[in-house]
Every structure is written in C-alpha cells, then in structure tokens.
Design a protein around this ligand. Sequence first.
Ligand code: CU
Length: 284
Amino acid sequence: MKSIFSVFFFLVSLKAFGKQATDWQLSFQNPATDLMGSVVGLHNIILIVMTLVTLFVLFLLFYVSFRFSAKRNPIPSTTTHNTVVEVLWTAIPIVILVVLAIPSFKLLYQQEKSESYDMTVKVIGHQWYWEYEYPDHGDFYFESYMVQDADLQEGDLRLLTVDNPLVIPANKNIQILITAGDVLHSWAVPSMGLKTDAVPGRLNETWVNVKEPGIYRGQCSEICGTGHGFMPVVVKVLPESEFIAWANEAKNNYAINEDIKTNETNEEIIISQNNLIKLEENNL
Ligand SMILES: [Cu+2]
C-alpha cells in the first residue's frame, strides 16, 4: 500500500515540470495564469460536490437492496407518494446546481474579457497551421508550422514544436482575437486556461496574462481534417524588454503589411514567407 502511495505522489510531482503535457501526467498542468488557477479551483469544488452526491446515491442503492430485499422485507409497502420526500429530492438538486452555477458563470465572464488591455494579437487557424498577427506593433504577421519529425533538433518535443511560436510579453493583459480562414479550429493552451474556437467569419475574443516567461504549449482542439494533430500551439512568453526587442526585429523579418500600403508603385509585395514577388503593373 505504501508503495502505491509513493508511486502516486511521484507521478503527481512530475507535473510540476514543464509547461506542456508530460508523460504519466495526472490532473492539470501547472496554472500559468490566475485564470487557470480559478479554473482548477472551480474544478476542485465541483469534484468534491459530485463525489459526495455520488457516494450518497451509492449508499442509498446499497441500503435499499439490503434493507428491502425479499428476504428481509417479505411484504412490501404499497406507498406510492410522499410529498415531503418528492419536494426535497427536487429542491436539493436545484440548490446544488444554483450554488455551482454562481462561481461557474463568474469564471466564464472572467475568461471572456479583461478590464484593460496592453496589446492585441490575432490568431487565425488554417488547415493546418496557425497565423499570428500583431496589429499594435506594425501590423506584421507570420505563420506557425509544426516542425516535422525529420527536422527536430535535440531536445525538441515531437508534435509540439513549431518554426515560429507566438511571442508575447509576461505580466501584460493581452487581448487575443481568434478566427479561422477555412474550417473550425480551436486555439488551446491548457496551462493558460485557454481554449477558444476559431470560427471562419467570426471573431472570438479571449485574453491572457502570463506570470512567468517560458515556452507554453497546446494543440488545435477542434477536429479540422487530416492535419488536425499536426498544428500545435507554441507560445513564447518573454520579459517585456525582450519582447519589445523581438517585436522590432520581427517587424523587419516578417511580412510587413505597411509596405503594401506605402509602396506607391505596387511593384513589390512581400508575402509571409519573406519571398519577394514581382508583380507586373498591368496585373494589379
Ligand atoms: Cu485545427
């Protein structure tokens, strides 16, 4: 028995490592945001309530099977109604549901919006990669593809590594706008408590404030075709100063929508993979 407990605690302690799913992980990943802390808190409350309810019902089942078996209760009662008991078994579950609904709705609203935002990023799901836009930092955008098995470097996580992660600063309220270019996707990072559907033609909103810099991982969580399992989400959280440096560099490295606007002759359009396409003037 003791060894079972020690294995259990070893497995529980494993989840303290990393900001992604780990082997033999039990329960949630460590919360990276206050929001995820609240999600775990609500989960724990509901788990306790439902365990108590289940145990109570189980006890009743065993009790009636024992107490009112044919052997112990040869002449059954013919009672069919009991108003007090019927009111109780209707009212008590309603009270339990209302009590659970209050923190649950509070959390739903909290997940949807923050009071103020320091910056916005836009996430667009495609078959089968993510696209990230930075409207507040020069309106550049780039695409985030999974790194194929053959190209993985030492230490890279298979199916959870991308060429260009989403980069955001730590300890900032970041508005995340989510949509899709083709079919339904869902942008999910478990340790941040985020899972928002990416719906074509609709702009969904969520937000995040990550406390610690690091690499956080998630996956597309809405089945979107054959590549569904191959479009991981990787979020790199940097201290603010490093983020600003990154954004300045990224503005030059990645496609710059501004160029399209400011280029009067429209001779060059930079596409997202940094290839220059020369377009004939009469084609435009
Ligand atoms: Cu998808």
